[in-house]
Design a protein around this ligand. Sequence first.
Ligand code: GRF
Length: 207
Amino acid sequence: MVKIAVMVSGGGTNLQALIDAERRGELKNGELSAVISSNADAYALKRANRAFIPSYVLRRHDFGSTEAYGQALAEMLEQLDIGLVVLAGFMTVLSSDFCRRFEGRIMNIHPSLIPSFCGPGFYGLHVHEAALAKGVKVTGATVHFVSEVVDGGAIILQKAVAVQQDDTPEVLQKRVMQEAEWKLLPHAVSLFCEGRLQIEGERVKIL
Ligand code: GRF
């Protein structure tokens, strides 16, 4: 079994999608083993407790630098024998050292079709505001491996979602979550745990 750590900062609906998928037996060869939050008040921690998943709080401002934070996080993950790190609404930027140490073992979910509306500043509602401002007719979500470049790692799965004429950022965010994020993330995690994701340079091959 691959031990999975889910990193969160807020509501944790993507964590919930993973918990529900595990209960349905859809995380093949994977086990949700830890939830780590950068925020002690995150609702995601309640979801973890309800599902009896051990949870931990590691706050960025308790550390002097991004590097020190990454070091502490890496030590925690190694102690827990974690094989896959899933960033699910994790709002803290990770150090380059951390990204290199866990290369090929960290994935992130982003609420747009990368390479659109991604990179520094594109998080939360800002992503959907930008998509609506541009007038795109289709947006979606992307699960990708994490590299040192923000939102720049190899793409694992993507799913398109239609934009409706009278969408607000909030309405669009909800649709992207329901139709894309909550389905894509458990699927990508399961593929990883089954050993079916092969990274070939910029690309991910699904075996
Ligand atoms: C999601 O939109 C995810 O794509 C982004 O942050 C949001 C997290 O939401 N990275 P939740 O905490 O999983 O509800």
